[in-house]
Design a protein around this ligand. Structure first.
Ligand code: ADP
Length: 245
């Protein structure tokens, strides 16, 4: 069964790298699977594929299955230590083969972990499959938001609906004094969503368990379901499943 048989294909995108897009993709996919849906992740972040690590994959089968989630990664097409210094046409060709080769079978939702930025590879993905929509991830500070706006513009230009914006690393709660620290500023992404008239999906704090889950191959929604981030991911997954797109 190919991409066209999948009920929903959702791109997880960010303008900037390092804002937690892959962490969001992994936990949102896991939370959606915990809602009883058949879920897959296509790791198309060719500059820093991380789903293998985040789900503890150790084979080259495409798709591999981890914690019930089917995963195929661009990393499976090249040796682990390779820098993937591909020029546009080669990168686009690899993305196209990734989109067309994997047999997903009966998926309710496929999440695509997009590479950061707005270029050749992003265009190949958007034009290579029928996206139901895109979820943008940004941290609250201006340098990330400015790139996020460009990402939103790319999807708008190509008529892909923006399903919403997630603010990651919103704040840090001190485990000694319980004070909430807004390390990267307060509500930056929330305010941007309001200004641009797009749905705001939620705020994920900085939590050690979100980082640790990613390193151990066990997403935090499974490893530590009571942490704030895990609870917010659960709420976002439920909301997305209610959405008709
Ligand atoms: P991106 O996909 O945008 O490059 P990643 O998801 O790989 O970003 O996240 C970058 C780093 O930040 C990773 O080490 C990840 O574990 C960590 N991280 C992301 N979000 C959080 C968070 N909310 N709390 C703690 N660590 C986080």
């Amino acid at each position: 069964m190919s991409l066209k048989d999948i009920k929903k294909i959702i791109a997880i995108a960010s303008g900037k790298g390092g804002v937690g897009k892959s962490t969001v993709a992994a936990n949102l996919a896991m939370a959606t699977a915990l809602e009883g849906k058949a879920v897959g992740i296509l790791d198309a972040d060719l500059y820093g594929p991380s789903m293998g690590l985040m789900f503890g994959l150790n084979n080259d089968v495409m798709p591999s299955i981890s914690h019930g989630v089917k995963i195929a990664s661009i990393a499976q097409l090249s040796p682990a230590e390779k820098a993937n210094a591909w020029r546009g046409p080669r990168a686009a060709a690899l993305i196209n083969s990734l989109l067309n080769v994997v047999e997903w079978e009966n998926l309710d939702v496929l999440f695509i972990d997009m590479p950061p930025g707005t270029g050749d590879v992003q265009l190949s993905i958007i034009q290579g499959c029928k996206l139901s929509g895109a979820i943008m991830v940004s941290t609250p500070q201006e340098v990330a938001l400015a790139d996020c706006i460009k990402g939103i513009d790319l999807f708008n230009e190509l008529n892909v609906p923006i399903l919403g914006l997630i603010e990651n690393m919103s704040s840090f709660i001190c485990d000694k004094c319980e004070k909430e620290h807004f390390i990267f500023g307060k509500d930056g992404a929330k305010n941007l969503a309001e200004k641009m008239g797009i749905p705001f999906l939620g705020q994920i704090p900085i939590e050690a368990s979100l980082m640790e889950g990613g390193e151990k191959g066990l997403p935090a929604v499974l490893a530590n379901p009571n942490c704030t981030g895990a609870r917010v991911f659960g709420e976002i997954a439920a909301r997305l499943l209610e959405c008709s797109q």
